[in-house]
Design a protein around this ligand. Structure first.
Ligand code: SAH
Length: 485
């Protein structure tokens, strides 16, 4: 059997967007992803649908057993023929034990590539507004582990205390007292500035600033927890001026409940606008096979959603079949997707409702002509009504199915714990939410609910919840406009 390839990848410190383009491409194509606890979990969303995801975190343990397990799993999966992305926090070669994994791969004659990542040792200080070097203050920086004792031997602090550059300690929370006391003991000024940065480059970043003299007390008061970086030197004082990450308005955490594939774009738009997105898919979209034989009989085709367009065009073989057919799109998003397929719709109602679509097509057709409405299994589309009202022959084509997903209640509660705003882009997501929650709304507390439009709002209210925001333009972007206004 052909062996898979291994990719040892550094994923950066915690902010999803600090992933390299190369890492992104490889993760998107990997058959198997082995990851640790330091990476942004958003990275896993890049995975192929059927990719195998394996969590193997070391925590702060001193290697040995679990690292063996990681090496073995990596080798095993490659031998199974899978291309494996081994994704680690920061950079694989900076206290990342990437080297040991490579040794195991080489021993088993497995090909590999190494994709460097942005190491936390410089980027976490940067997110705290601390440059590791600065003209006039630090001409070098030195990175240490505060953890591993080689053969029980601690660093030579007599030498370290003499260094003039910035000192950076990774994995240094447990031994902070040893580090601080030894530095003072060997002559570093007790007034030297120190910062401890926890969960850097994430929304939970916290920075504790002090001096060698008082940092232990502060660390205890603040109950500092790993992962954290300790940075020691005059550059720490620049933070007062250079602090930027925490200055941003406290970002709102927004829950996206769309289908997994569609959630990505909305999440990116939330990030662009300065929010933090969390995802929990409450529906799944499944495109259906459509018979396109008798398209010619229709005078007009109406598209009721972007998904409908995608499902339709997935089936169509020869686009010329649409040559003389009038096309209607329900809203801007649907129009945009049509335009991607090089179709400029003939009309788009002002109000984004299928009823309006059915009404407006009257201007483009004559009595008794056939009109096709491309929609989903659950979309509100009443062809009987339209037939009577407008004297035409409307037909409904179900191009995709929306499957409600039942999420484990515990998982759901955990997910929405810190969320400020929950977005619903369709009635079916509201229903799936309601069903997963067993109707226990008190869990919602003061979280706000945001709805894409009147239909969805109606469902929210019918199920006993309150609508805090409703989009004016019934699109995901329209909803974000309102939320961020
Ligand atoms: N290979 C990683 C380091 C792994 S060792 C890198 O290059 O960044 C694990 C240590 O990294 C943690 O104990 C902590 O000191 C540091 N670390 C990693 N990510 C961090 C983050 N987001 N915030 C603070 N410290 C982090």
């Amino acid at each position: 059997m052909k062996r898979g390839r291994a990719y040892i990848i550094g994923a950066g410190p915690g902010d999803f967007e600090l992933l390299t383009l190369k890492a992104k491409r490889i993760i998107e194509n990997a058959d198997c992803i082995i990851y640790d606890r330091l990476i942004s979990k958003d990275i896993l969303k890049l995975a192929k649908k059927d990719a195998e995801l394996i969590y193997l975190g070391k925590g702060n343990t001193e290697g040995g057993l679990i690292q063996d397990e990681i090496n073995q799993t990596l080798v095993k999966k490659c031998l199974e023929g899978k291309n494996v992305a081994r994704v680690k926090g920061g950079d694989p070669f900076v206290f990342g034990r990437g080297g040991e994994e490579i040794e195991a791969l080489v021993e088993n004659e497995i090909e590999f590539e190494l994709i460097p990542g942005i190491t936390s040792s410089i980027s976490v200080p940067a997110y705290a507004g601390i440059p590791v070097t600065h003209r006039g203050l630090a001409r070098s920086f030195h990175v240490f582990t505060g953890h591993t004792m080689e053969n029980g031997k601690w660093h030579n602090f007599e030498n370290i205390a003499k260094l003039e550059g910035t000192l950076v300690f990774l994995m240094g929370v447990k031994n902070l007292d040893l580090i601080v006391n030894d530095l003072i003991k060997y002559g570093k000024s007790p007034k030297t500035a120190v910062a401890v940065i926890e969960k850097g480059a994430t929304e939970n970043q916290r920075v504790t600033v002090g001096t060698l003299e008082n940092i232990l007390k502060l660390a205890e008061e603040n109950k500092i927890n790993p992962p954290a970086i300790t940075i020691i030197g005059d550059v720490v004082n620049l933070r007062e001026t250079f602090k930027w990450f925490e200055n941003k308005n406290p970002a709102k955490k927004i829950l996206v409940t769309r289908d997994k594939k569609q959630a990505i774009e909305m999440s990116q738009n939330i990030s662009k606008r300065g929010g933090i997105s969390l995802e929990l898919a409450l529906i799944e979209i499944e495109n259906l096979k459509i018979n396109m034989e008798d398209l010619v009989k229709y005078k007009a085709i109406l598209f009721n959603s972007p998904n409908g367009v995608k499902a339709f065009f997935e089936n169509i073989k020869d686009i010329r079949k649409l040559a003389n057919i009038k096309i209607g799109a329900v809203g801007v998003k649907t129009k945009e997707v049509l335009e991607r397929y090089k179709i400029v719709p003939d009309f788009m109602p002002n109000e984004y409702l299928v009823d309006k679509l059915a009404e407006e097509v009257v201007n483009f057709t004559s009595e008794n002509e056939n009109i096709l409405i491309v929609t989903s299994d659950i979309s509100p589309c009443d062809i009987e009504k339209y037939n009577k009202l407008y004297n035409r022959n409307y037909e409904k084509l179900v191009a995709y199915k929306t499957k409600k997903l039942k999420v484990d209640k515990k998982e759901l509660v955990e997910k929405i714990k810190d969320v400020d705003i929950i977005t619903f882009l369709s009635s079916s997501t509201v229903e799936a939410f309601y069903e997963s929650l067993d109707g226990d709304f008190f869990i919602l507390g003061d979280k706000k609910i945001a709805s894409i439009g009147p239909m969805t709002s109606e469902t929210i209210r019918r199920l006993g919840m309150k609508v805090a925001y409703e989009a004016e333009t019934y699109t995901a972007d329209g909803l974000l406009d309102i939320i961020f206004r």
